[in-house]
Design a protein around this ligand. Structure first.
Ligand SMILES: [Zn+2]
Length: 82
């Protein structure tokens, strides 16, 4: 059975391979978890351009993690999804 996770933007379930994991560390730092093994609070966004732009527009990462603006995360994500 494949492990499925929910995209924080469109709320649909996807196979892990179709999602990007974003992690918030205890010190408040937010990173894209490319290896899928980082310790911390995680959230998922599907690798879909529509979801990525929606995430940035609606500040989904900031709201989910209660952090300040993190534009560099969104640019990292869009780089990874090219
Ligand atoms: Zn999505």
């Amino acid at each position: 059975m494949t492990v499925q996770r929910m995209c924080a933007v469109c709320r649909e379930r996807f196979d892990k391979s179709e999602l990007l994991r974003i992690v918030r560390f205890k010190d408040g730092e937010v990173k894209v978890d490319t290896g899928g093994k980082m310790q911390g609070r995680g959230m998922y966004i599907c690798k879909n351009n529509e979801c990525l732009s929606q995430a940035e527009k609606r500040k989904v990462i900031e709201r989910t993690f209660s952090v300040k603006n993190c534009p560099e995360i969104y640019s990292e994500i869009s780089e990874l999804c090219k």
